[in-house]
Design a protein around this ligand. Structure first.
Ligand code: 6PG
Length: 242
């Protein structure tokens, strides 16, 4: 699967490259549409990027932040992706509260909250209820698990087959998560994988190989305008991909 790859020397260089790409996408979106719709990734990898973005001279009144997935826990839970993004970024910039679009996790029903978020996205983009219509986000940031998952699209789960929705319910070890579908991610103007560390290197190689199984490596579902940003450690098996 040939997708552009940039290999950076270390975490600092990886983060700096990601900042550059986000800034370029921001400038393009503001010039074209007067706003920038950014989809944040969860986990630990993007934390430094978020901290760096907080230091950038951006007009946060024109930026809308969404999440590509969320653990089905309250925002106060240490597992929360929103909870991670607040101290790293949201609490440090002048972003209007109405520009922050967290995935809802309070209805006590992941399917209902998935529908709630889908409804929210459709309203935000003025899509109405037309089936099989997908909004185009300006930039979707993705991480990668060492098992080949991205967002909350985990191996051998039902979420991988959902192609007619924007948002569905993912499962990790029985824990429900809300997630963008691959169909929604793939509509994005720009998709950036931000991956670091040796632990991810085998998954990276399997995902970028010319052939492979999407059930085992769900990140292979992600197509479109993708770029992979890797540190040296995460790229170490790339020379052996088939
Ligand atoms: C999440 C994510 C998930 C994450 C990967 C990598 O909610 O955990 O969105 O897809 O990006 O699991 O996580 P790390 O960056 O912590 O390795």
């Amino acid at each position: 699967m040939s997708q552009p790859i940039e290999i950076l020397s270390d975490r600092a260089a990886l983060t700096q490259k990601a900042v550059e790409i986000v800034l370029a996408a921001y400038s393009h979106a503001i010039a074209a549409n007067g706003r920038f719709t950014f989809v944040a990734a969860g986990g630990n990898t993007p934390r430094l990027l978020y901290e760096e973005l907080a230091n950038q001279p951006l007009d946060w009144s024109k930026i809308h932040i969404f999440w590509g997935d969320e653990r089905y826990v309250p925002a106060s839970d240490p597992q929360s992706n929103l909870g991670m993004t607040r101290p790293a970024l949201l609490d440090r910039v002048a972003i209007p509260p109405e520009n922050i679009h967290p995935m809802p996790t309070e209805a006590g029903d992941p399917k209902l909250d998935a529908q709630n978020y889908e409804n929210h996205l459709r309203k935000f983009f003025g899509l109405g209820d037309q089936p099989l219509t997908f909004p185009q986000f300006d930039l979707v940031l993705l991480g990668l698990g060492d098992d080949g998952h991205t967002a909350s699209l985990f191996p051998h789960t039902a979420a991988l087959a959902v192609s007619d929705r924007l948002i569905t319910v993912g499962q990790k070890d029985g824990q429900p998560r809300l997630t963008f579908t691959a169909s929604l991610i793939n509509q994005a103007q720009k998709i950036v994988f931000l991956v670091e560390g040796k632990a991810k290197s085998e998954a990276v190689a399997k995902i970028l190989a010319s052939t492979g199984d999407v059930q085992t490596y769900p990140a292979r579902l992600i197509q479109g305008n993708v770029i992979w940003l890797l540190d040296q450690a995460a790229s170490q098996h790339l020379q052996t991909i088939g």
